[in-house]
Design a protein around this ligand. Sequence first.
Ligand code: ADP
Ligand code: UDP
Length: 238
Amino acid sequence: MTKGEQLYEGKAKKVFSTEDPELLIVSYKDDATAFNGLKKGTIQGKGVINNRMSNMLMKYLETKGIPTHYVEELNDRDTVVKKVSIVPLEVIVRNIAAGSFSKHYGVEEGVVFKSPTVEFSYKNDDLGDPLLNTYHALALGLATEEEIKLIEKYAFGVNDILSDLWRKYGVILVDFKLEFGRLSDGTIVLADEISPDTCRLWDSETKEKLDKDRFRRDLGGVEEAYNEIMSRLEENMK
Ligand code: ADP
Ligand code: UDP
């Protein structure tokens, strides 16, 4: 499989066509952004880590019955994925209050929820990814009711599977963002990435942040945190 035309360059990845119209190659960059692109930087080696981690986690999720876009890792930064039409919803699952949830609802970061939550943001950079509910998504025709139900089922499924996995490796899965897409036959699959860019991951003992919050909040030790979280996964998932 070789890269064809570059179809898209996003904030964290480039997307290329391939000789197969149903497949794409995504290429992970070291570029990091936060606050809807207002903060920009580079996290050395991030692309390699996010590519490998996302692929390992998607492969694992497939074994547990979650369909994903993952096809084949080509090298450190490039992966073949099934081409989807992205459902323009950022699907956010939370186990513990942090980030925008803490801000919106005045709940201190670290408060453990009685049960996990799911919320949707409209994936639209120009509007700053505003929160929306199921009725909004249906009204705007972003997805059907059946698709939303399935997406919620998969999102909570991913949460159960990955919370258990990370717990074994001494990591708390605080919250994360997923994107789903439709294959050409309409099948909904998990797409995009699962990485320290898109998850909050805290050390179970020290509660140290091992994710992109180190970059967002200028906490230092950004590369070290990405390396640490990746080595936890690689040492255990061999
Ligand atoms: P952004 O667009 O937010 O800057 P990225 O830099 O990660 O994000 O770019 C990757 C783009 O590719 C995203 O817009 C994402 O929705 C899209 N994408 C992810 N997986 C697939 C897929 N399997 N098929 C088509 N598009 C995808
Ligand atoms: N997230 C993401 N992309 C986004 C917004 C959020 O990957 O555009 C992830 C983020 O890494 C965190 C979770 O979704 O794991 C919840 O993020 P939150 O809404 O708290 O966003 P914040 O305001 O802190 O960026």
